[in-house]
Design a protein around this ligand. Structure first.
Ligand SMILES: Nc1ncnc2c1ncn2[C@@H]1O[C@H](COP(=O)(O)OP(=O)(O)OP(=O)(O)O)[C@@H](O)[C@H]1O
Ligand SMILES: [Mg+2]
Length: 266
């Protein structure tokens, strides 16, 4: 069977009168990591909800376009059928079941997956995230932010996805924790899972992805190889926080003249 690629064509979607996506066209090749960048309200989450068919749960609807995964038209399916087709969304905000144990959170992720596959999946996520085995019996709410994000990712993997839809997996994490998550996403991809990665952290996303799209008010404003986007002035200025060279040089001179970082001394 040919492997599946995700194809989104001229997707238009919104919430009542609010148009959140306009004619968005995007492809995730088999085995690829593709990033979607964009500021607050650009439509990133809406895109993932449209693909996972969960938009209706949030009062939204698709108004036009097509979404397919391999031969399967996802836009004709219900949310559980999308999961069964191998496309799994990990929602933003590390939504774990705080009062349930880590083990039960993972079990919940395997609902709908073939029964016999559960122990294999569990072994895989414990290899990826050993801390989840150490904390298996603890309530998920006691995990750190980074660990909760690992659990959210692991729970998504329990359904054995072919394509993972990740919504800002590094949001709110300290740089080191964000870097760890990024490294795990790479490993998950190396193991054969394609990834559509929504991020505001463009620096991380462009390092993990091979291709990237920039969404602005619901439209694709830019797209191309991640390395090329990372090098473009517009992306550097708007999404990588790189100020123009003169201002940067000025800032450096000022910093050299008067060091602002001091250690606290008793
Ligand atoms: N449930 C909803 N009901 C009504 N409007 C919504 C809903 N969810 C999102 N919107 C609107 O749709 C647009 C796109 O929102 P979306 O959540 O997709 O953006 P985003 O790129 O994910 O932003 P963020 O980076 O803040 O998560 C925004 O104008 C937002 O206000
Ligand atoms: Mg969002």
């Amino acid at each position: 069977m040919p492997h599946a690629a995700l194809q989104v064509g001229a997707l238009t979607a919104g919430y009542g009168p609010v148009r959140a996506l306009r004619e968005v066209t995007l492809t995730v090749g088999d085995g690829a990591v593709v990033a979607v960048l964009g500021g607050n309200g650009a439509g990133k989450t809406t895109l993932l909800r449209a693909i996972s068919r969960t938009l209706g749960f949030h009062g939204g609807a698709v108004a036009g376009g097509e979404i397919s995964f391999g031969e399967t038209r996802l836009d004709r399916l219900a949310a559980p059928e999308v999961v069964a087709a191998g496309v799994v969304q990990v929602p933003e905000g590390r939504r774990v079941f705080a009062r349930m144990t880590v083990a039960d959170n993972l079990r919940a992720g395997a609902l709908g997956a073939p029964r016999g596959s559960r122990s294999v999946s569990l072994e895989r996520v414990h290899d990826l995230f050993p801390v989840l085995l150490e904390r298996a019996a603890q309530p998920a709410g006691l995990l750190s932010g980074g660990e909760q994000q690992m659990l959210a990712l692991a729970r998504g993997l329990m359904a054995q996805p072919k394509l993972l839809l990740l919504d800002e997996p590094t949001l709110g994490l300290a740089p080191l924790a964000a870097e760890r998550i990024a490294e795990r996403i790479r490993e998950i991809n190396r193991q054969g899972t394609s990834v559509l990665l929504v991020e505001q952290n463009a620096a991380i996303a462009l390092r993990v992805a091979s291709e990237a799209y920039v969404l602005e008010t619901g439209r694709v404003a830019l797209s191309g190889p991640a390395a090329e986007l990372a090098a473009s002035d517009e992306v550097r200025r708007r999404y990588l926080g790189v100020v123009d060279e003169d201002a940067a040089a000025d800032a450096e001179r000022i910093a050299d003249a008067a060091p602002v970082l001091r250690r606290w001394q008793p």
